[in-house]
Design a protein. Structure first.
Lengths: 254, 358, 297
């Protein structure tokens, strides 16, 4: 058990985004969170990495238990994430963006960096090497010096994934990684996501609307509706659950 | 033709990470440094050295400081002049009260004091952003100016608040001619510019830019908000403090708190905007532009006076200068928000192809 | 005790003056989301133009009308040359553009009318109200009271404009999102011209009031800068906030100068308002009446 969410409730003013949600995530698995819009999926992810603090409940990650964790503490624990609306640093190049993902691993202080020769240079080059491997892995070498603001949406998403991977996370949270992509791009992204899971052994929690993708790549699925969990199990179990069909999946009319 | 990169391959990451990856740039930079360090002091006109080039370097350093905070880290500051003032007065006090204090040591003391104040007034940046932060820095600007005026200790209890910079010497050699002052200024500014460039292309620089672009995301990937913002304030204020110390010691000679008013903060902000926010080169270009422009304006008005046969009042010139500066700011923000530095970059890219059109 | 009341009253009335300047800021911010750093120089320009016309022998009402026209033209030019090309740029860019505008206006004002200080008379003497000073031994200037009344009327009119009229709603839409407002057909350019013209009118009123109080001179621009702490206290989007913020800043500044000043050598007024604003920002960043912004991630 890598992560377990216990009785988490989150409210904004009068609006209850999450209502007593509990589920767990096993090491190395691909866990999907699905549900209609407004169900609280993004909020759940935000709770997991410390952006929002729930009013009730707790999160257990490895041997840490928390409710009020800061997002950069979450990063230090090994949790990385991507965002629905792309949170890249628009003023920097692809390479720089991915390099920022390494910041927790950099040890030199600013004085050493100002001098550059010696420790800082060695460290920078070592991290550059690591980052280039990820860039290779995600096939974005050709745009490494391009400012991200100029890239098309699909490539930006890939760069964001690269940045998250640069941190060598234990748990990776993906917020709608396939949103806005065409079929080809989706297939590429699926391949990358699965490769990350296979190759690096990263545990994945992802929010996704495309049912085909979800059913294909996830090991287990959590279904949220109006802030509550309504189903939890393997894709097949969830697909055939009546509550899920009513709330979200719908039926095919002949 | 001259600027072709053909044949220059970078086969190691080290080569790719250089400040000047293109050989022609390296040669040009070496030549520039040679001219700056050797030719200019030997052959330069004394007046130009003391009245134009030295202040240009000093303002370039101040602009660099502001750029680190506002251009790279995105924290808008209107208190630049206050930090320069602290640097000047504290360097003076260091020379006055600490025996055997070397001049560069005094500069560092001035910078460190400015950095300390910068951190204090930077604390609000943890909770407020944008123009709210600008107003907070105004508090710093006005308070520091008041303190330098009212607290007698700063000016050694002189009745007018004016301080006279002490004689400088480096390793026993006196620094008192325009040429030697210029060299000292150049050395300090060149070193600090190199340090700034190194910082901005390292993790610190990336962290600053991350905070500027999207601080929530920066926090999510592990960049510590408080430490990074305060570091930006500290480094920036240090640079402005050293610039202020140089301003007093290498340029003005005697200085009063009124030299560090809000107008000066605006001036440096203009240098940053016109030169290019977020660019080391831009700091120099902007400072050069704003330092040289009034001189150009003066010369032009003298020509006009001679041609028209009548005297042009000084107020007319200074008001025209203000109007043109303001108009230029607006112009640059509309047309090229990244300033002269970006224009320079575009020129270089065109040069790579010249004389061929594609 | 009566001295204290006098100080506070004097401070409150000075605060009304600050509020007048802040009002112009709020108008522009509410309507276009632009933080107009040039408001102070607009006040200066209006006051200087008005007083210079008066000194050349123009009739008061004519001078007022012409200055108002000049402010309207200024508003139109600003919209055309500065705002329109910068639609949808980040707010910080617009803010820096208004800093540039400040320099242009200050240079222009002094280029046109010179830089000597001018006194300004409106026919209402700056003398204590008789019955107050006789009955209660409190000295409050007639003119200050008049200024407070004018401010009150102005505020009431503006508040009505924003809340009740169609134009007011359009202005609030524009302040929220330029492109969205354009998309629903709100004539952005007209709206902005109107707003900047009204802000120009407010600047004129503020400039005239301040001019009588302190004379029309370059230092006016620094006083106008004090409107910034007022806005921080009151919230950038609230007309009521501008008034209340102005009153608080005016009163506290005066009290601090009179009672704390002697211990630290005086001159506190140059920074006290800003430090108060700073402390306020740390506790309640959106101001007393501002709206909290929740950033959705």
């Amino acid at each position: 058990m890598l992560l377990s969410v216990e009785g988490v409730s989150l409210a904004f003013g009068g609006v209850k985004a999450l209502n007593d949600v509990s589920f767990d995530v096993r090491s190395h698995e691909v866990r999907a969170i699905i549900g209609p819009n407004g169900a609280g999926k993004s909020s759940m992810l935000n709770v997991l990495n410390g952006v929002y603090h729930p009013q009730q409940g707790k999160i257990r990650f490895r041997d840490h238990e928390f409710r009020d964790m800061d997002s950069h503490e979450a990063a230090a624990l090994g949790i990385a994430r991507t965002f629905q609306n792309i949170a890249l640093f628009k003023g920097m190049t692809v390479l720089d963006n991915v390099m920022t993902g390494r910041n927790l691993k950099m040890r030199c202080n600013f004085l050493e960096q100002a001098i550059w020769l010696g420790r800082a240079k060695k460290e920078e080059l070592a991290h550059r090497r690591a980052v280039e491997e990820i860039i290779d892995f995600l096939e974005i070498q050709h745009i490494r010096k391009t400012p991200v603001g100029r890239l098309p949406y699909g490539l930006q998403k890939r760069v964001e994934l690269a940045r998250a991977l640069a941190a060598e996370p234990i748990l990776l949270l993906l917020d709608e990684p396939m949103a806005g992509m065409n079929l080809e791009e989706k297939q590429d992204m699926c391949r990358f996501v699965l490769d990350v899971n296979d190759h690096f052994g990263t545990t994945l929690v992802l929010i996704e609307h495309d049912m085909g993708v979800v059913m294909d790549i996830s090991d287990r699925v959590v279904v949220l509706d109006y802030g509550r969990k309504i189903a939890d199990g393997t894709p097949d179990q969830v697909r055939n659950d009546q509550k899920v069909i009513d709330a979200y999946l719908g039926v095919a009319h002949a | 033709m001259l600027y072709r990169e053909a044949g220059q391959f970078r086969s190691t990451y080290a080569e790719d990470q250089q400040i000047f990856p293109i050989r022609q740039d390296r040669i040009a930079m070496a030549l520039l440094l040679l001219v700056a360090f050797v030719a200019v002091p030997l052959f330069g006109d004394q007046y130009w050295l003391s009245a134009i080039i030295t202040p240009f370097l000093i303002f370039a350093l101040a602009t660099l400081g502001l750029n680190i905070l506002t251009g790279y880290a995105g924290q808008l500051s209107l208190g630049t002049a206050a930090f320069m003032g602290i640097g000047a007065f504290m360097a003076y006090n260091a020379m006055l009260r600490i025996p055997h204090m070397p001049i560069v040591g005094a500069f560092i003391v001035g910078g460190l004091c400015a950095a300390a104040v910068g951190v204090v007034f930077g604390l609000p940046s943890l909770r407020i952003k944008g123009f709210y932060l600008a107003v907070a820095t105004l508090a710093c600007q006005f308070f520091v100016l008041w303190a330098l005026n009212r607290v007698g200790w700063f000016s050694n209890y002189s009745s007018s608040g004016v301080i006279t910079a002490q004689r400088m010497d480096v390793f026993g050699y006196p620094v008192d001619t325009p040429a030697t002052k210029y060299l000292l200024t150049l050395a300090v500014v060149a070193l600090m510019a190199l340090a700034a460039k190194n910082l901005m292309r390292s993790e610190t620089g990336r962290a600053f830019m991350a905070i500027r672009d999207m601080d929530v995301a920066a926090s999510v990937i592990g960049i510590p908000m408080m430490k990074t913002k305060l570091l930006a304030f500290a480094i920036s204020s240090f640079y402005c403090g050293v610039a202020g110390a140089l301003y007093a010691f290498s340029y003005l000679g005697t200085v009063e708190p009124e030299a560090f008013v809000l107008d000066l903060s605006f001036r440096v902000l203009f240098m940053m905007i016109i030169g290019g926010a977020g660019s080391i080169l831009g700091s120099f270009l902007g400072a050069g532009f704003i330092t040289l422009f009034p001189i150009f304006l003066n010369l032009a008005s003298k020509r006009l006076e001679n041609a028209l046969g009548m005297e042009i009042p000084h107020a007319l010139i200074s008001n025209t200068e203000a109007i043109i500066f303001g108009a230029l700011i607006i112009f640059f923000l509309i047309v090229e928000p990244y300033g002269l530095a970006r224009l320079w970059q575009i020129t270089k890219e065109k040069l790579r192809l010249w004389p061929f059109p594609h | 005790m009566t001295f204290f009341i006098e100080v506070v009253a004097g401070g409150l009335l000075a605060g009304v003056m600050y509020a007048l300047v802040a009002l112009g800021f709020v108008l522009i911010y509410k309507a276009s989301g632009v933080f107009n750093f040039a408001q102070g120089s607009m006040v200066f320009f209006a006051a200087l133009t008005f007083v210079s016309l008066l000194e050349r022998g123009w009739n008061l009402w004519l001078a007022l009308a012409v200055t108002l026209a000049a402010m309207v033209v200024l508003g139109m030019l600003t919209e055309r040359i500065v705002l329109r090309p910068l639609i949808n740029q980040p707010p910080i860019t617009l803010f820096m553009a208004t800093i540039g505008l400040t320099f242009v206006l200050e240079g222009l004002s002094q280029l046109l009318w010179g830089s000597q200080p001018h006194g300004l008379e409106l026919g209402i003497p700056d003398v204590p109200i008789e019955w107050l000073s006789e009955k209660a031994n409190i000295n409050i200037s007639q003119f200050d009271l008049f200024a407070a009344l004018v401010a009150g009327v102005l505020v009431a009119v503006l508040a009505l404009l924003f809340q009740k009229t169609r134009i007011g709603r359009a202005l609030r839409a524009v302040a929220d999102d330029h492109q969205a407002a354009l998309a629903v057909g709100i004539p952005l350019q007209h709206i902005w011209t109107i707003v900047w013209a009204v802000a120009g009118f407010v600047a004129l009123v503020a400039g005239v009031m301040w001019g009588v109080r302190n004379g029309v001179q370059y230092a006016l621009t620094f006083t106008a800068l004090k409107a910034l702490p007022v806005l921080i206290l009151g919230g950038f989007e609230s007309i009521a906030g501008a008034i209340i913020g102005g009153l608080i800043i005016g009163a506290s500044e005066k009290v601090a100068e009179v009672y704390l000043g002697p211990y630290v050598g005086g001159g506190i007024e140059s920074w006290f308002a800003y430090v108060v604003a700073l402390l306020f920002l740390l506790v309640r960043p959106e101001g007393l009446f501002g709206e909290k912004h929740i950033d959705r991630v």
